[in-house]
Design a protein around this ligand. Structure first.
Ligand code: IPE
Ligand code: IPE
Ligand code: MG
Length: 242
């Protein structure tokens, strides 16, 4: 049983295994992504119900452009379909949508859907649902450094500004522009892979990791809660002593 008094405030999920799920069923990869969307819907509901404050999902990485045009366009079409069918429900549940990553260059229809979901949910105060879209952590850190540099040159920051961890954090996608999302307490990755794949490199400094062999489309609220329980049995020391 999970301890409802110690629900992690910030959870990040690397939703992996859609392609393998489809392959096992002799289906096209896009069918796996569709099934993955359905799994995601359930996890948002569960996170919201148990009182998670921030749920951050890795939806599309800066490296995922390497995939076929068919798969990439299929993923963005599904995103449009997802927003069209779910935005009302998300809004009704007081969920606030945020985006991490440069979504200016994604296909037009997907960009419009994203902008609509950001505007519609902007005032919501419940679960913050952060979608990492065209996100890569190295690109994020480089962008932060360049933005600090620009603000120094433009006079928004003092010329002799000392760059600190706190300042750099504020210039990341998880920083000021998205209301300063707390570092993930727990990072989940499905499908048996045990790597970050360029996700939240800076923010994961003291995150707990939980891996499961379950493929993302098969991931259930029960498995989600099981991993939270695993997290609750960890001993977080942050370099200190008990
Ligand atoms: C994760 O599933 C979704 C995205 C990366 C968009 P994959 O598509 O990576 O599935 P596998 O790893 O090939 O099974
Ligand atoms: C990470 O999964 C990206 C997302 C889940 C969106 P990938 O499937 O792209 O990662 P690798 O290639 O296995 O490292
Ligand atoms: Mg994968």
């Amino acid at each position: 049983m999970i301890d409802m008094d110690r629900i992690p405030e910030s959870i990040a999920v690397i939703m992996d295994g859609n392609g393998r799920w489809a392959k096992k069923r002799f289906l096209p990869r896009v069918a796996g992504h569709n099934a993955g969307m359905l799994a995601m819907k359930e996890i948002i509901k569960t996170a919201s119900t148990i009182g998670v404050k921030h749920l951050t999902v890795y939806a599309f990485s800066t490296e995922n452009w390497k995939r076929t045009e068919e798969e990439v366009s299929g993923i963005f079409k599904l995103l449009v379909k997802y927003v069209d069918s779910e935005l009302d429900e998300l809004h009704k549940n007081n969920v606030r949508v945020r985006i991490l990553g440069d979504y200016s260059i994604i296909p037009k229809a997907a960009k419009n859907s994203i902008e609509k979901s950001l505007a519609t949910t902007a005032e919501n105060t419940g679960l913050q649902f952060n979608i990492a879209l065209n996100y890569g952590s190295r690109a994020e850190i480089v962008r932060a450094v360049n933005r600090i540099n620009e603000d120094i040159r433009g006079g928004k920051l003092e010329a002799d500004t000392e760059v600190t961890e706190e300042l750099l954090s504020r210039y990341l996608y998880t920083g000021d522009e998205n209301g300063n999302i707390p570092d993930p307490d727990l990072i989940i990755r499905t499908s048996g892979e045990e790597r970050l794949s360029n996700f939240l490199l800076w923010q994961s400094a003291y995150s707990e990791f939980a891996f499961t062999d379950v493929l993302w489309p098969d991931f259930t609220p029960e498995e989600f809660k099981r991993l939270i329980e695993v997290y609750q049995n960890r001993d977080r020391r942050f370099g200190g002593r008990k």
